[in-house]
Design a binder for this molecule. Structure first.
Ligand SMILES: Nc1ncnc2c1ncn2[C@@H]1O[C@H](COP(=O)(O)OP(=O)(O)O)[C@@H](O)[C@H]1O
Ligand SMILES: [Mg+2]
Length: 271
């Protein structure tokens, strides 16, 4: 499919966050957690979102995944206005377009790693049961868990559980992966292995948006958005700034989608 301007739809942002405000009721009043957030993510980008605890990072990701909805503004992901979808439509949309990875893995404890990875494919029903099993085994192999497939989550380490959760997120081959502190519960060596898997997925063409508390991991991604007090404090892409987290690392503003295509820089499309 080619869009009206002759460029492929791949040159449209995969995530558009537009003037997003989010308030939560507290007691008699309310708190404003997001105070007008705007950014786009292009297909193929690897973006980390950093910022102090309690400053709205998870709230922002929850707008992107449709776990929650904005009080004001729009969030458009894979061309969908996420907050206009019903719960049922959301589940179908997520199944096809989104892989979500959480800090505490959230594997189903009574199912083997293999069955946990098969589950999203059972929901979408695009493959035969035999193909689902073969794909799940292949994905577990990709994340280095081929020999652990029959084990329960409780029988493997945290790092192995997170790798299984990544295999699960990849089950339906979604274009977009969203991860909230995926290494927050892992030691640094295991975090490195998980981060390497993410880099591999971006190299294969996935888009990845990851909240992380780890400045050293963020410094290794092509784009870092810093959220403070509900606003974008810095965005290494729009500013072309160095973002080294004080660790002496200088980032180039070039990001992976630029590397793949010499097309003009992303435009903000008017609806
Ligand atoms: N459902 C909710 N109801 C009320 N307040 C909330 C809710 N979810 C988050 N908050 C508040 O919003 C703020 C930002 O939270 P969060 O997005 O989880 O921060 P971060 O992920 O950056 O640590 C915090 O003050 C938190 O207490
Ligand atoms: Mg959080």
């Amino acid at each position: 499919m080619i869009s009206v301007d002759g460029r492929s739809p791949n040159h449209q942002p995969i995530i558009q966050v537009q003037n997003v405000v989010k308030r939560f009721p507290v007691g008699d009043g309310e708190i404003t957690v997001l105070k007008g957030v705007n950014f786009d993510v292009m297909p193929g980008e690897f973006v980390t979102i950093v910022g102090p605890s309690g400053n709205g990072k998870s709230t922002l990701l929850n707008m992107i995944t449709g776990i929650d909805h904005p009080s004001e503004g729009d969030v458009i992901v894979t061309g969908q206005k996420v907050h206009t979808l019903s719960e049922n439509e959301l589940a179908i949309w997520r199944g096809e377009h989104l892989g979500i990875i959480f800090q505490f893995f959230q594997l189903l404890p009574a199912l083997s790693l293999l069955k946990n990875v098969i589950l999203p494919m059972d929901f979408v029903k695009k493959l035969t049961p035999k193909e689902r099993k073969e794909r799940a085994l292949h994905l577990l192999d990709t994340v280095g868990l081929a020999d652990q497939a029959q084990k329960l989550p409780s029988q493997v380490s945290g790092g192995q559980q997170q790798r299984a959760a990544i295999a699960r997120a990849l089950a339906n081959d979604p274009p977009l992966l969203v991860a909230d502190e995926p290494t927050g519960n892992l030691d640094s060596e295991t975090s490195d292995a998980v981060f390497a898997l993410f880099e591999q997925q971006v190299a294969l063409g996935k888009t990845l948006a990851m909240v992380t508390h780890s400045r050293s991991l963020a410094a290794r991604t092509p784009r870092v958005i810093e959220i403070r007090d509900g606003r974008i404090y810095s965005d290494s892409k729009s500013e072309g700034v160095k973002w080294g987290g004080g660790e002496g690392v200088t980032l180039s503003p070039v990001h992976s989608s630029d590397r793949r295509s010499p097309t003009p820089s992303p435009v903000h499309l008017q609806k």
